[in-house]
Design a protein around this ligand. Structure first.
Ligand SMILES: CC(=O)SCCNC(=O)CCNC(=O)[C@H](O)C(C)(C)COP(=O)(O)OP(=O)(O)OC[C@H]1O[C@@H](n2cnc3c(N)ncnc32)[C@H](O)[C@@H]1OP(=O)(O)O
Length: 430
């Protein structure tokens, strides 16, 4: 096997993210991923080229989209001989796709690849209920009129019309992501003011990045949007402070609920793509390297039987990755911690500062310590940009790579929590 090679992040392209049921209400996952990919192909002159692999995914997708990514590639200007496939690791999908592509490049299996992700909650796959589904399948395979009538007789009036609507909830607990995060917020004493402050900063920083033109070469306008629709440059501590809690509002701790629509990421539609390549490929194509994709780690927590917290897996993944890379938590110029909820970011930082957590859960002699908050999500994150689940990883990789390129040297940490108690993390270097 070939020895490990350096993996270059060449650039990214996404479409502006839209609020659910708004500007992209009539766009499908294929439309949006196609738009993000078309922009990437145009930006890097990839039309007609056979790329080693395209890996992407969607958390919510229709059954017709069994290999959404391949369909999107076939509809793109890439050479149709480009292999492509879907993966799914909830909100970690986009970053995990980048890790898969990076690993193949590192091992010399491919020279260049594209990672991506897309999601829409506006076009969520509604299914008919279980009884109706089975009956329809039987009806379709019944061979004679008599057999069909027999199956059709099983249909009860109105019953067929009760759909199964996908819920943003954990199958094993029935709790939403937000309600899980609310339990963790209490466990780590994350207060409301700190969450609102993080949210405010996210909006201010994203707005400033747009004003500076930071996203000009990372984004393609789509369906009339040129900026993320959720961005509220005019939000204020007063407005954020006036919003009512929406998660953790039931049960004995309802009075202590702190999570609102302002300090939670919104339901969002959007897509992103990232171009990764070997150093040689970048040189041959005269494309500059923004950053190197150097380390990654995933972790999972037992949120069903244990008290680790559904969205706390990055708190475990990052220290493992640091140990392998021989780095300290403070050895970074940028920290990109996905803002699923402000409370999730703050609980993760509190865990790394906690001597008890670091000793008992991570087996460390000393806590990881605190980070320079000025280096955290410097161009905003999901609270302001929105969070189309599988597209968030690509947004973050491209953003961080460009930040490192602009700085000229340094290191950035990516941390993404995901449903199912998983966390996907990575390090980019320049
Ligand atoms: C691993 C992971 O990433 S887990 C995360 C997965 N994602 C999720 O779970 C999504 C969580 N989010 C949600 O479910 C929804 O967005 C909710 C429940 C938080 C909010 O939904 P909605 O109530 O539809 O949100 P909406 O956008 O209407 O906001 C509610 C109100 O807050 C206001 N608001 C929201 N954000 C802000 C802000 N930053 N500043 C000022 N006002 C705001 C809105 O204007 C609206 O006010 P109005 O009622 O006067 O019109």
């Amino acid at each position: 096997m070939q020895s490990v090679r350096r993996v270059a992040v060449i650039g990214g392209n996404r479409i502006p993210f839209a609020r659910s049921n708004s500007r992209y209400a009539h766009a499908s996952n294929a439309d949006m991923l196609g738009a993000a990919l078309d922009g990437l192909v145009a930006r890097f002159g990839l039309a007609g080229q056979r790329v080693g692999e395209v890996v992407a995914g969607a958390v919510l997708k229709h059954s017709r989209d069994f290999n959404l990514t391949r369909e999107v590639v076939l509809g793109s200007r890439l050479d149709p001989h480009t292999p492509a496939y879907d993966i799914q690791q909830a909100c970690g999908t986009g970053l995990e796709a980048a890790i898969l592509v990076a690993n193949k490049i590192a091992l010399g299996q491919i020279e260049v690849g594209i990672a991506g992700g897309v999601d829409t909650t506006s076009d969520a796959p509604l299914a008919v209920n279980e009884d109706m589904r089975r009956t329809l399948i039987q009806l379709n395979s019944a061979r004679t009129l008599g057999a069909r009538l027999k199956v059709a007789a099983k249909l009860r009036p109105l019953q067929p019309f009760k759909p199964e609507i996908p819920r943003n909830a954990e199958p094993r607990t029935g709790l939403s992501m937000g309600d899980h995060a609310a339990v963790t917020a209490l466990r780590w004493n994350v207060d409301r003011a700190a969450q609102d402050e993080l949210a405010l900063r996210s909006h201010q920083r994203l707005a400033a990045a747009y004003d500076k033109g930071f996203f000009d070469d990372l984004m393609t306008p789509y369906l009339g949007l040129t900026r993320d629709q959720n961005l509220r440059p005019d939000t204020s501590p007063e407005k954020l402070g006036s919003l009512k809690p929406v998660f953790g509002t039931k049960g004995p701790d309802a009075e202590r609920a702190t999570m609102t629509a302002g300090n939670s990421s919104p339901l969002t539609d959007g897509a992103s793509t990232v171009l990764l390549a070997s150093e040689e490929w970048a040189r041959e194509h005269s494309l500059p390297v923004l950053a190197w994709f150097s380390w990654s780690e995933t972790a999972a927590v037992d949120f069903v039987h244990g008290d680790e917290g559904l969205l706390m897996a990055p708190a475990y993944a990052v220290p493992r990755m640091l140990a392998r890379a021989g780095l300290k938590l403070q050895d970074f110029d940028f920290y990109e911690i996905h803002e699923a909820f402000a409370s999730q970011v703050l609980a993760t930082l509190a865990a790394w500062e906690s001597p008890e957590f670091c000793a008992e859960r991570l087996g460390l002699d000393a806590p990881l310590g605190s980070i320079d908050r000025g280096k955290l999500n410097v161009n905003g994150s999901s609270l302001a940009a929105g969070h189309p689940f599988a597209a968030t990883g690509g947004r973050i990789v491209a953003t961080l790579a460009k930040l490192l390129d602009a700085k000229g040297s340094g290191r950035g940490l990516i941390s993404i929590c995901a449903a199912g108690g998983q966390g996907v993390t990575a390090i980019l270097e320049r």
